[in-house]
Structures are given as structure tokens and as C-alpha cells.
Design a protein around this ligand. Sequence first.
Ligand code: GLN
Length: 194
Amino acid sequence: MKIGVLALQGAVAEHMKLLEKVGAEPVAIKKVEQLNDIDGIILPGGESTTIGKLMKKYGFDTALQEFSAQNKPIFGTCAGLILLAGEIAGQDWNHLGLMNITVQRNAFGRQRESFETDLIIDGVAEDFRAVFIRAPLILGIGENVKVLSEYNGEIVSARQGNLLCSSFHPELTDDARMHDYFLQMVIEYRGQTV
Ligand code: GLN
């Protein structure tokens, strides 16, 4: 199963390593044409404003919207979650606008710019070591969105059909269970692509 990692900016190599660990074939995606060769894609952490600008410049904005419309799975981590969101608090525009979620960027404030904690993630793990770095929070969810994980009562991971997101960085530990969950989504949706 070929799974891409959008390689415009951010934590690309770490995701590729864990995809390999779960038995997928990782591909660094730098050109829109490459989207035709993969069954799913990860949008990594980094700086959402920068990645968003590059996405637009290279045509990934409309190409990824089409990718999703074909029922191909997309997993956004941290900045990638912001790219997927339909609404970004305090902004009147979004990037891909694919998920019915409202996000708050840099939601944990300066005191807690980065931290680690153990999370329960529905269908994934009871004890997932999650690394948060200037992380966004999901303030609210809309239709067809399922909450997978909460931290202190706030939503930090969710799924909407073929779309998956996390506030934290699942690629920064050796734990590949979140990547395995995404691989299972890709396998599940493969027969259903339109
Ligand atoms: N703070 C970043 C943003 O708003 C996200 C941080 C990250 O991906 N680690 O885009």
C-alpha cells in the first residue's frame, strides 16, 4: 500500500519511517502528479501558514480536495490538522476546509509550548505517548465527525470518514499504532475509491 507524506515543509522523514514500520510503502510527495500513484497521504506537522502557501503555489489545494473527493484517506498531524479544518478560530479563511471541525492554533499558550502525555485513543491505544508542540486544539466538531481522543476534556484527535487528524505528533516516538490505524483506513477505503 503506497502512502504519501506531503513533503513541502515539516516532519516528513519521521512519518516515512513509521509508515515503513507498519508495512506500507512511503512516498515523499513533492508534485501533484504523484498523488495519482498513492492510496492515502499524511499532511505533517510544521508551520501551517508556510505549508498552506506552498500548497497553493504548487496546486496541492485543489488536488488534495479532489483526492479526498475520491474517498482517499488523508491524515493531518498538528499543522496538518489545521490544513484540514473547515474553520480556524480568528480567521475568515481556511486551507483545504475538508473536515467539519473548528480549530484553535497554538492553543496551549507559551507556558506549555511543548509537552508529552499519555492518551486514550479510540480504536488505537489506551496508553499512547503523545508529543504536543505548539499544538492546535479542536474547539468544536460538526456533522459526521467522531472524537477519537481528548486531553483535559479538549478534543485532540478526530475522524470524519476518510479523514483523520491529531493535534499531537504521532511520528515522534517509536509507537506506530496511529500509523497502523491510518493504514487500516487506507486498506478499508481502497476498494471504495471513486
Ligand atoms: N503552531 C503550528 C501552526 O500553527 C503547528 C505546530 C506543529 O505542527 N508542530 O501551524
